[in-house]
Ligand binder design. Structure first.
Ligand SMILES: Cc1ncc(COP(=O)(O)O)c(C=O)c1O
Ligand SMILES: N[C@@H](CCCC[NH3+])C(=O)O
Length: 407
């Protein structure tokens, strides 16, 4: 198995497993697809930093011209440090703290995507205190069923995100009257890993109506942030939504409004650009099933245990025979399972396997559960590769805790 011009087998001679391996060319190609698809619109691609916030990934995207969609001070700091200019950074999230808002204001970010009335009041008060103005969009909740996993749908009335779209006009009127606030836009994001594009179209249509009705009330919207959420093919079924068709929906519903369009892709920018490489520790033949026990675990990649998410898994070297395995990690939880009854090349101890589609929501959601060290991360570009996050040592892991004086 190759990533660009480098073989995974060669990398595994130098880097301890499990490790994440990303392709810079795959990220560039995904960025290009977005850029081409949205070319007809005045648009800005704000990569959703939460999907993979490694500095090297952010710097790669910064060089391509991307902005950033952030949800914390830490993410804003990461984006700035990687070379993404403040005027390309948007800040979302339902729980922005005073400290975070102050930091974002001090940096002069492009806009706050506001999720509630008390947040709007807090931003206004802090902006006045700091003698500045906050540009804001209100994140509206269009009550559209995104047809994705319940844990990653965000645009339903029952979800904690955004303001009910029917109540938004009132909040816009209030926002326009507040000191320290400049109303610039509308924001919508209905969920993640959407395979069907219809919910996007439905949400865009509702946003278009809102923008027109706001205009009639004297509130001019300059920016429409359409969020992220486009799904990728994890290998379970063959369909993957087409970025061009997605952009067509945006053009059709929003193009006539003359606004700048911000799009916030995370998964579809980096998901298929990464694999998690792991070694087979044991092949354990149980009474009913054969377990392939890997050195990677749920603490490295939590998506299968958290969302029952499917990830295609392949042996790094081609195998002559097939076998069926439950593919698990070493963590002491039954949920530490990557796949059940999965057909795979027949493996033996020491073989390498690659868990595909691990570039998004992989390393960023990792933990040290079971006092396991982090999986290092590697970026490949052509023939070159570079370790972009080292595995920490056990000394560093232990040093994260401090003993109180009484012990
Ligand atoms: C506000 C917002 N924007 C963008 C994203 C990125 O989503 P995705 O990785 O599905 O493109 C998310 C995550 O769902 C989000 O909450
Ligand atoms: N972490 C989720 C996506 C969450 C999207 C963030 N709003 C996943 O792995 O699918």
């Amino acid at each position: 198995m190759q990533v660009e011009d480098v073989t995974i087998g060669e990398l595994a001679k130098h880097i301890p497993t499990p490790f994440y391996c990303y392709s810079a060319a795959a990220i560039a190609s995904n960025y290009q697809r977005y850029s081409d698809a949205f070319a007809g619109l005045d648009s800005l691609i704000c990569y959703a930093v939460k999907a993979n916030s490694n500095q090297a990934i952010l710097a790669t995207l910064a060089q391509l011209g991307a902005g950033a969609d952030t949800v914390s001070e830490g993410e804003i700091r990461r984006a700035l440090a990687a070379g993404i200019k403040a005027e390309k950074i948007v800040f979302a999230g339902v729980g922005k703290s005073e400290q975070e808002i102050r930091y974002a204001l001090s940096q002069g970010i492009l806009q706050f995507n506001v999720e509630s009335e008390p947040e709007l009041e807090r931003i206004s008060a802090l902006a006045v205190q700091m003698n500045t103005t906050a540009r804001i969009s209100i994140r509206v909740n269009p009550d559209v069923e995104a047809k994705t996993h319940a844990k990653i749908t965000t645009g339903l009335a029952e979800n904690k995100f955004g303001i009910n779209i029917d109540l938004a006009p009132q909040l816009y009127i209030k926002a326009a009257s507040l000191p320290g606030i400049e109303v610039t836009g509308v924001d919508v994001h209905i969920g993640s890993q959407l395979i069907n594009l219809e919910p996007f179209a439905a949400a865009f249509a509702k946003v278009a109506e809102l923008v027109s009705s706001l205009k009639a009330q004297g509130i001019t919207i300059k920016i429409i942030d359409i969020g992220g959420g486009l799904g990728i093919n994890y290998g379970e079924h063959s369909d993957e939504p087409d970025i061009r068709t997605y952009a067509e929906h945006a053009k059709q519903h929003l193009g006539h409004l003359g606004c700048k369009i911000i799009v916030e892709p995370g998964r579809s920018m980096v998901g298929n650009a990464g694999v998690l490489v792991s070694k087979v520790e044991y092949v354990k033949t149980g009474q009913e099933r054969t377990f392939l026990i890997l050195d990677a675990a749920m603490n490295d990649l939590i998506r299968p245990s958290m969302y029952d998410a499917y990830h295609h898994i392949a042996t790094v070297e081609q195998k002559p025979n097939q076998a069926v395995y439950d593919i698990v990690g070493p963590v002491c939880e039954t949920g530490d399972t990557f796949a059940k009854s999965r057909a795979l090349g027949e493996c033996e101890q020491g073989d390498l396997v690659a868990i595909m589609g691990a570039g998004a929501y992989g390393a960023v959601m990792a933990s040290h559960y079971n006092s396991r060290l982090n999986a290092p991360e590697v970026l490949v570009s052509g023939k070159q590769y570079s370790i972009i996050r080292e595995r920490i040592s056990f000394d560093t892991l232990l040093a994260m805790d401090t003993l109180p004086a009484w012990l």
